[in-house]
Design a protein around this ligand. Structure first.
Ligand code: P5A
Length: 437
């Protein structure tokens, strides 16, 4: 993409409405623009990041055996009357009447809809285990939408729902998602720690939140310091017994404020980290809460009706954009992990209009693109300082700087965003280095 053609409305001034750094940077770097309180437009740069995150989430859900579906955003209120949540959910639910005066709503979550899909279409225990997920927009009429996409009213969530025949197998499905989450967040370049958590309006007796530590986080959390550097599990066989991995992670203390046991503080002493964090994922096991209330039984192995046990598993996809920035930025702007960066490489032409610089940049741009690398080529007629500042602000991981002095020697500069060192090397060596990654 040529920057001269790219729709990137950056802001020089720090927007006054933004109180946390990720919100400021998302506005300044032209990722999003607010449409109404807690509701955002995603501009091209933000859309690219959001889609990169969603793709990693999707790959890991598929690897864990979940199957992607798409459910409606607008739901029938009747299903929520069956589960009992129509009245329970309260003012956070955006209620809508259609032209026939029927009760509709904009979905804040999809347990009811997926249970309805299940009961209408699954016939026997042979359909199990089953895990269905989607990556779709939700609406919650939050009392205090704030911090930009971090606590929005409309937001993108990955929500998965598992169905199993008995507790043991249901726990296995929960464990599969637990491990998939560890891998997903590691690939996204964030350290997310699973913590014992309250299940709130979703319900159930077993629940973990995945928390990215950040001073600006909305949750107070407590965890053993040994969890901070634990690497994500590699080469997982999702059919195998995953309990050892879960035990490894849950044997060390970690809990959100609601579940925190203050007696642990004396016991752990200096090993206990008290911090603030951002909830980027939340998984729940709630047994038959929805399947029983909504009469979603199937034929069991003995021919008798069987009510499946369920869990649900959420990832805040749009919130993650803010959380990643919160965890990875400096004074100059965003520092994207390569896996989610909107472009991998930025080519900076220090002298647009100079024949040698233009030709070298065009060559780099063409060859990197042909190698499947996403490139943002700053071909604008702007001062070098402006170009450096913008490339730093939007956080592209690799910068190739092409200037007349270097090109006269056949050299360009290669620089990693966030690192001070610059390397001078030939055009070809720069290409080799970038394409070898
Ligand atoms: C799990 C999937 C659920 O809704 N039902 C379906 C369950 N869980 S949850 O914890 O309420 O939400 C899952 C994740 O969504 C993100 N999230 C938000 N992101 C931005 N703005 C919001 N207002 C918001 N509310 C929830 C969080 O990352 C949460 O973990």
């Amino acid at each position: 993409m040529r920057l001269s053609r790219f729709f990137l409305p950056t802001l020089k001034e720090t927007p006054t409405e933004a109180v946390i750094v990720s919100h400021r940077l998302m506005l300044r770097a032209g990722l999003v623009r607010q449409h109404a309180a807690g509701i955002y437009n995603w501009l091209p740069l933000g859309t690219r990041v959001l889609q990169n995150i969603a793709e990693i989430v999707r790959e890991e859900q598929n690897a864990a055996g979940a199957q992607e579906i798409i459910m409606p955003t607008v739901q029938s209120g009747e299903l929520w009357k069956e589960s009992g949540r129509y009245d329970d959910y309260g003012p956070e639910m955006l209620r809508i009447k259609d032209r026939h005066e029927r009760d509709m709503l904009y979905g804040p979550t999809h347990e009811e809809v997926v249970t309805d899909i299940f009961r209408s279409n699954a016939k026997s225990y042979r359909n199990l285990p089953l895990n269905l997920y989607q990556i779709h927009w939700k609406f919650r009429d939050e009392v205090r939408p704030r911090f930009g996409v971090m606590r929005g009213r409309e937001f993108l969530m990955k929500d998965a729902y598992s169905f199993d025949v008995d507790f043991e197998r249901s726990k296995h499905s929960y464990n599969q998602m637990f491990v998939a989450y560890l891998r997903t967040f590691a690939r996204l370049g964030v350290k997310a720690i699973p913590m014992r958590a309250d299940s709130g309006p979703i319900g159930g007796d077993m629940s973990h939140e995945f928390i990215v530590l950040a001073d600006t986080g909305e949750s107070a959390v407590f965890c053993h310091k040994g969890l901070l550097e634990k690497p994500a599990p590699q080469n997982v066989d999702y059919q195998a017994n995953l309990q050892p991995i879960i035990d490894d992670w849950t044997s060390l203390y970690a809990a959100t404020e609601e579940k925190h046991d203050t007696a642990i503080e004396a016991k752990l002493g200096a090993d206990l980290v008290k911090a603030r964090g951002i909830e980027v994922g939340h998984i729940f096991h709630f047994g038959t809460k929805y399947s029983a209330a909504m009469k979603a039984s199937i034929a069991g192995p003995d021919g008798q009706p069987l009510t499946p046990l369920m869990g649900s598993y959420g990832i805040g996809v749009s919130r993650l954009v803010g959380a990643i920035i919160e965890a990875s930025h400096d004074d100059a702007g965003i520092i994207w992990p390569e896996s989610v960066a909107p472009f991998r490489v930025g080519v900076i032409n220090l002298k647009t209009g100079d024949a040698a610089c233009d030709a070298a940049c065009a060559d780099l741009y063409a060859k990197l693109s042909a190698a499947g690398i996403s490139v943002l080529y700053d071909d604008r007629d702007e001062r070098a300082g402006v170009k450096f500042a913008d490339m730093d602000l939007i956080g592209v991981p690799w910068h190739v700087v092409v200037g007349p002095k270097g090109i006269a020697k056949g050299q360009v500069e290669l620089k990693r965003r966030g690192a001070a060192a610059r390397e001078e090397l030939s055009l070809e060596a720069a290409l080799n280095k970038l394409t070898a990654k």
